[in-house]
Design a binder for this molecule. Structure first.
Ligand code: GMT
Length: 380
């Protein structure tokens, strides 16, 4: 099938999922066209099955805000016509589902019917999308999609609770490609990061408020008072400066490393003993799943879709949002004992297999088939 994928090209989870999905579809023989404003960060190789089309938004002095949706939908119309694309898959409702709807309508004027799949990722529903400024347009464009998927059962339920949705929302969870992690690094280069006796704790995110970055530092502060440990902070975002300041104030500067954005997440996770994800809300927690497949147990908040991924007492522990005492207590339960740590590591890797792409990809292919077969139903 010829598929156009619209996503954010940045380090955010929705862009990562869209990119990895596109690559997997291309490996299965589909022709995939990414349409976005920059080449997605995890999209390294373009080939005959993977194309990238850049959306340009020309500057014009009259525009206080550049009309990205307009440029995106025009680019989609052109690309769909030029390459004979059969299906449009938009990731993150804002503004992609709205631009996708406009694309469909423009194509319908010319007698072409291209079904649109909308995948909801989290903040497009729980944070930004529900804002009164956006809500009517988000509700409308979700209802106008041919298929709507959510990345967890929790997100599906919240979508139905928050918006007036009169079509089914299917759950297709996020995934990892387990084969990518079968490699055994002969040397994780752990010694570059910490001393043998130190445990390595990692946090990876886009450092936005919703991630509760100060809680990461507070949990680590309590851990390192009891056992030797280092904290590795990966990512960039508005909360990073505050986090660096908090580390200074708590006297942690020598024990915390801020690495910035990285394309080498699996190498970092290779030498990690524990992953911290104390977010206020999280529709799925892809970063936690990536940790788990790399044999890293997870200490997280008990919110959103996280409990669907991180199993309490098996792959890590869940605590109430903001309960840094409980998180630190649970972290120490895992980290203090080599045998317990090894058990949690094994459990994490095993449970991650539930989300292997080999299980998840057919679910997307099935909804594509269904939408393609039914493509005329909504327009006749
Ligand atoms: O919050 C992020 O890290 C970015 C954001 C995004 O849309 O790019 O992530 C959301 O989508 C991810 C992929 O589906 C989920 O794993 C994250 O849980 C979700 N973030 C939130 O709900 C806060």
């Amino acid at each position: 099938m010829k598929i156009a994928i619209v996503c954010y090209p940045t380090f955010g989870g929705s862009g990562v999922v869209a990119t990895e999905l596109g690559i997997a579809l291309a490996n299965r023989g589909h022709e995939v066209h990414f349409v976005t404003y920059r080449q997605p960060v995890r999209l390294e190789l373009l080939n005959s099955n993977i194309h990238f089309h850049e959306v340009h938004v020309p500057e014009y002095p009259l525009f206080h805000y550049q009309p990205y949706e307009l440029a995106l939908s025009s680019k989609l119309v052109d690309t769909i016509k030029q390459y004979g694309i059969e299906l449009l898959h938009v990731h993150y409702a804002i503004p992609h589902a709205y631009a996708g709807y406009m694309t469909k309508k423009m194509l319908e004027e010319e007698g072409m019917y291209v079904p649109m799949i909308t995948t909801l990722h989290g903040t497009d529903i729980t944070l930004v999308g529900k804002h009164p400024f956006y809500k009517p347009a988000v509700t409308f464009s979700i209802n106008q999609s041919d298929v709507v998927t959510a990345v967890s059962e929790d997100l599906r339920q919240r979508t139905l609770d928050i918006f007036d949705i009169h079509r089914p929302v299917e759950v297709i969870p996020n995934f990892i490609d387990a084969t990518k992690y079968n490699h055994q690094f002969t040397d994780c280069q752990r010694a570059n990061m910490a001393k043998d006796e130190e445990r390595i704790i990692t946090h990876i995110s886009n450092f936005r408020k919703v991630k509760h970055i100060p809680d990461v530092i507070q949990v680590f502060y309590r851990i390192q008072k009891v056992i030797p440990a280092k904290l590795i902070m990966v990512g960039e975002g508005p909360e990073k400066e505050g986090a660096e300041r908090l580390c200074e104030e708590l006297g942690l500067a020598q024990k915390v490393l801020f690495l910035g954005n990285s394309n080498e997440i699996d190498k970092i996770l290779c030498f990690s003993d524990l992953f911290l994800l104390p977010s206020k809300s999280e529709s799925f927690g892809l970063a936690a799943l990536e940790a788990m497949v790399n044999k890293v147990p997870v200490i997280s908040s008990n919110t959103g879709g996280i409990p669907e991924v991180n199993i309490h007492g098996v792959t890590g522990f869940l605590s109430d949002v903001g309960d840094v005492e409980d998180m630190a207590h649970n972290a120490l339960k895992i980290l203090k004992d080599d045998i317990i740590l090894q058990q949690f590591k094994d459990n994490a890797a095993r449970e991650a297999q539930r989300f292997d792409i080999q299980k998840v990809l057919p679910l997307y292919e099935a909804v594509y088939e269904k939408a393609y077969k039914e493509r005329f139903k909504n327009v006749l």
